[in-house]
Ligand binder design. Structure first.
Ligand code: 4NP
Length: 159
């Protein structure tokens, strides 16, 4: 069992998209029992809100219906997840500040798993942009989620 927490700023755009795509792929592959996934934000501004309309509509284009209520990342969460994946560098820095030293090695940049990404590549904040920004981040999220599932589907994969 691998436990993964996706983290962005508001938990209404990027991390719920990653969460929803992940759940959908895992279900289609019958791998539900291998993973426990959650998402959260580094800020509480949007606490309790559903996913941004633009994010939800991008997921629908790909046949994914996913509902989420925004929540914040809490210090205690670090103990409960094997991987805590930050969408951008600012999220990464916030997570490092919020997490006890013993668990900081669980924090990684989400796109460090993207074959077209790098150690510090970001899923850019789509909040102030248009709908097309969501199509672009869906592509990054989609291919990165596939790599994560491939890599951690087997019990005992190294973190
Ligand atoms: P997210 O997008 O972090 O992908 O959920 C954002 C949502 C809201 C804000 C920033 C980013 N905001 O500044 O309110």
């Amino acid at each position: 069992m691998t436990r993964i927490m996706f983290v962005c700023t508001g938990n209404i755009c990027r991390s719920p998209m990653a969460h929803g795509v992940f759940v959908d792929r895992v279900r289609k592959r019958g791998l539900e029992h291998r993973f426990e996934v959650e998402s959260s934000g580094t800020t509480a501004y949007h606490y309790g809100e559903s996913m941004d309309e633009r994010a939800a509509s991008e997921l629908k284009v790909h046949g994914i219906r996913f509902r989420n209520r925004a929540k914040g990342f809490h210090r205690a969460d670090a103990a409960d997840y094997d991987l805590i994946l930050a969408m951008d560098r600012s999220n990464y820095a916030s997570l490092m500040r919020m997490t006890d030293t013993e668990h900081q090695n669980r924090i990684r940049m989400f796109r460090s798993f993207d074959p077209e990404g790098s150690e510090d590549a970001e899923v850019p904040d789509p909040w102030y942009g248009g709908r097309e920004g969501f199509t672009k981040i869906y592509e990054m999220i989609s291919r990165t989620v596939d790599v994560l599932i491939e890599r951690y589907a087997e019990a005992g994969a190294d973190y």
